[in-house]
Design a protein around this ligand. Sequence first.
Ligand SMILES: Cc1cc2nc3c(=O)[nH]c(=O)nc-3n(C[C@H](O)[C@H](O)[C@H](O)COP(=O)(O)O)c2cc1C
Length: 164
Amino acid sequence: MNDTYGFIIGLRALRDYQDRPLKDEDLDAILEIARWTGSSKNKQDWSFVILTGPDQLEAIAQAGDFTDPVRASAATVVVVQEPGGNEFDSGRVAQNMMLAAASIGVASCPITLHREEVARRTLGLPDDRRARYAVAFGYPTENAAPRKFGGRKPMSDVVHHGGY
Ligand SMILES: Cc1cc2nc3c(=O)[nH]c(=O)nc-3n(C[C@H](O)[C@H](O)[C@H](O)COP(=O)(O)O)c2cc1C
């Protein structure tokens, strides 16, 4: 296989970050990839809220159940689903940001905001927008490692040919 294939298959959620901000050019590079992600009918019904600093990060961390990576992050990007948007597009944009980040040495972890009303209030979102997912970013610590239970189901469990 080639290097790109190895890079994609090797992407892991990392949750331990150095205590330093993201460089502007790194954050910009991640957001530029987000902007260029393909979406259904190219509608781009998304926007991105960048949160940094302990106060903003703690406030949005309150919206989810497994948000320690947000607290540890240098920046967390909330993916806002604009009217007409859908979760498939949000997933694509989140994964693209994670891949872009990894390519420039930035670790990341997807985050679920289980309490959407808390997220809505925290961000000042209008009622017709949703904020269900975010991605935490930061430069990985030396010992940043994926969770040990992070294997995958065998191919035979997940692939069906010609019908379910
Ligand atoms: C939609 C989605 C939501 C996730 N939410 C969280 C979360 O709230 N907190 C967290 O620590 N990890 C979260 N994760 C990360 C998963 O736990 C991780 O992708 C999975 O365990 C596989 O880990 P690996 O890619 O490092 O092998 C989420 C992942 C996805 C795809």
